[in-house]
Design a protein around this ligand. Structure first.
Ligand SMILES: CC(C)(COP(=O)(O)OP(=O)(O)OC[C@H]1O[C@@H](n2cnc3c(N)ncnc32)[C@H](O)[C@@H]1OP(=O)(O)O)[C@@H](O)C(=O)NCCC(=O)NCCS
Length: 160
């Protein structure tokens, strides 16, 4: 049976160094509607990705038809601002051409499973205070905002 167009076959796999150019494109496209929360240039996005490569315990790429379309980066060794260990979602981005197809949900569920496997009970992230799309997505997935803002960033957490 043919796969409906709204539900492409999505394959999750670990990050590979050769993904870097594709992930920069995804990242720049994903933050186009909120450039204030992303990196301003592909060169700075590359530096940010290189930071992510050094600070993660899970870096998973979602592929459709053999091409990367999204990714998640999680660090299960992170200490939050109260010095508590937390499963930190450092980044989650899906190319806008693939929004609304359940791809971020798949990535986030993989991230949360990883955090649970590491014995943690809390996942957390920072999201732009006006990034309503991402906030609605995280709320749908069970995250709740906390009172602990940080400048233009809102802290959201979920018990896992
Ligand atoms: C936020 C983002 C990751 C969501 O990706 P996505 O692949 O479109 O999300 P999904 O299709 O997996 O949506 C999963 C669920 O969230 C819900 N959701 C997604 N966007 C929503 C929105 N704007 N409003 C309400 N619900 C929303 C979906 O309805 C879906 O619920 P369901 O599975 O119960 O039907 C994507 O828009 C993105 O890359 N944004 C730019 C980068 C960014 O802001 N990242 C977060 C940084 S903290």
């Amino acid at each position: 049976m043919a796969t409906p167009q709204s539900a492409p076959a999505v394959y999750l796999r670990p990050f590979r160094p050769e993904d870097e150019p594709a992930l920069i494109d995804i990242y720049m496209a994903a933050y186009r509607e909120h450039p204030e929360y992303g990196e301003p240039t592909p060169q700075q996005a590359r530096r940010y990705l290189q930071w992510l490569m050094r600070h993660h315990t899970l870096f998973t790429v979602a592929e459709v038809d053999g091409q990367p379309v999204g990714f998640i980066v999680v660090d299960a060794t992170w200490l939050d601002r109260s010095r508590r260990r937390v499963g930190e979602i450092h980044e989650l981005a899906v190319h806008p051409a693939y929004w609304g197809k359940g791809i971020a949900r798949r990535l986030l569920e993989a991230g949360l499973a990883h955090i649970r496997t590491r014995g943690l009970t809390c996942a957390g992230l920072w999201v732009g205070e006006h990034n309503e799309r991402a906030q609605a997505f995280y709320r749908r997935l069970g995250f709740r905002p906390t009172q602990k803002g940080w400048g233009e960033w809102l802290r959201m957490v979920k018990r896992v």
